[in-house]
Write a new protein. Sequence first.
Length: 356
Amino acid sequence: MIRTWFVPSVVGVGSVAGGMNVAGLVRSKRSGVPSVVGFDGVEYLVGEHVEEYATPIERMDMARFTEGPELRALLYAALFQALDGGARHVALAIGLPVEALEDDAVAAATEAGMRGWLVGAHRFTVDGKQARMEVVNIRAKIAQPICTWFDWALDEAGQWSKGREALKSSVLVIDQGFNTLDLAVLEGGKISSRYKGGRDLGMGTASRYLLAAIEKQYKVDSLGLHEADALIRSVLASGKARIYVAGALTDVTPLVRQALNTTAADVVNFCKSRVGKAGQFKILLTGGGALALAERLTAQYPHAEVVNEPVMANARGLAKLAQRSKFLVDDERRVGLRLLGLDPGFGAVKVAEVVK
């Protein structure tokens, strides 16, 4: 069995204390409040509903993996769930965007930078509860789309499960997350440098198209990327999205659909520029964009398939990879050690663990 945990990658500086309702007139039915994560004498709001209490810090640069407190706060919130607040020793298999790993020197520097702040003892609080953990090792030079291939191909013991013929075949993974679109091809079980590539063309692009359209049509410029993403997810879930314009609830569903169509065209054009018609490949669609754009992508690539649990597939694949002998630690050190897969995406931080 694989257990998973999910924290939206939204961080802000503020407080959940206070706030007033007009007595007798307003009844609030909030589905929750952000987590408050504290470390080094500071606190951050993390996860759902941050935008209701603070302006989100929307950091999308690759340097977030090696510096800055935002990812640290998100990681603490996610691992707190996985570790149930207790003291734990953990080792992490971490997936990163292709863009961060395309150059060998940059990849090595990125992993070293992450190792510098991750490996070691950590003390922090989540919603006032004390927590501590020790990270004994990490492996981070793992491209995110390859993680989906691991989830597709490995069993929960980290062993190949698809048969010899599938190992020899050519597989294309199209991974669209919040900020990045990554392509990777595996031929005979090896990563092909000929086809791999990444662009900042994730679902955040659709959010930016949507924000520009809303500002142009309605003069509303107060929404952020993650609020726009919530409108997109609302259309995907229920077929409708509405915002307040001049105090009136206004349907922006047509603008959302326009943003999705424009993003889909960008994604298809990028894929075609790298892999053409891709008729020689088995194609796996993964990431949140796989759900949002599946209809449009399968129109271009009819033989493509959306993988099981595409939002969590990378984390699941990393958790399976972590089970392989000596991948994270020597086998004699595995007793009592939690081996976790970590996908620190721009849209959400996702953690997975194989439970035996």
